[in-house]
Write a protein that binds this ligand. Sequence first.
Ligand SMILES: *Cc1c(COP(=O)(O)O)cnc(C)c1O
Length: 382
Amino acid sequence: MDIPLLDLKAQYEAIKEEIIAATLEVYQSQRFILGPKVEELERKIAAYSQVKYAIGVSSGTDALLISLMSAGIGPGDLVITSPYTFFSTAGSIARLGAIPIFVDIDHLTYNIDVDKLEKRISTLHAKQRPRLKAILPVHLFGQCANMDKITAIAKSLGILVIEDAAQAIGAEYRSFDGCLKRAGSMGNYGCFSFFPSKNLGSFGDGGMVTTNDEEAFQSLKIMRVHGAHPKYYHKMIGGNFRFDALQAAILLIKFKYLEQWTEKRRSNARLYRELFARKGIEEVELPFENEGRHIYNQFVIKIDQGRDELKGYLSNQGIGCEIYYPVPLHVQECFRYLGYHPEDCPVSIEAAAKTIALPIYPELRCEQIEYIVETIGSFYKR
Ligand SMILES: *Cc1c(COP(=O)(O)O)cnc(C)c1O
């Protein structure tokens, strides 16, 4: 049985007619950049993410970049983030001449470790302190970071929080007061990606920034069009961060199914748990689920020994799997100038060596999940 890591064709088949009709509308209108479709999607994503404002941008990476720009982060500023994430989380910081400070992750959630975060801040020199401008937590694999702690630390220091929610649309965080808060609503900025492999994926690149701050919203809107306001009068240096109407039209269709897809991902995760438990496969550590809502952009298991052998075995049996991420950012070649050693973030190094993502997409059928668990069982019985 061949099971890809992600099957976008199955999803497309189910909603093809609607998508085609929506794109034809855009062709007829001949309005391709920003415009009413983008605004409609912005309103829907803002409401869905429980924030006042959302603005469509060219990618998740640009969502991060424009947020940092709007926050006034520039050369020599310090931004704390996780080393265990997709490259652009830290890449966007560095592109602005700011300095990413990597704080290791928690071994259960793979999100930034808030105790280490506090410790790292306490070791900053007096001269560095005023340069610390923001914390950029990542809600990795679709589960929120410890936002109560992160926002409290940021508040006490008077710095910003920029959420990398690229993998976490609709994820919920259980706050200390019992409230469920959506990803992208807890920091000053929330950054989303519509890259095809995300839970809400477009037919190309796209992203969105959410905020509750009116001033931030205004500056994001101006930054998105080269800093011009009005047109041809440039208040600041922005960029072309505009979002396509065609992508917005497609996402408006897909958005109607997002909740149902998310619940399907969650029930797939439950089935994995049941089957792994029933089979008693002790070598596999299942993903830790906090209170709140994990939206399972990825279902990532951990194997103490022989991860690469398992990956090879699964691939040979036709099962798609992937390593997110094989090289933590603090040891990437391009960040060598920052002077990190592997042992500075040991949990990230360990996660990179031991984890593997299994298929979790909504269209996955029960038999397929059974086959995946069977196959992993047979790997350990050889
Ligand atoms: C996908 C992703 C991004 C970047 O989004 P793009 O739309 O691909 O630019 C940033 N951060 C994380 C954690 C991601 O998963």
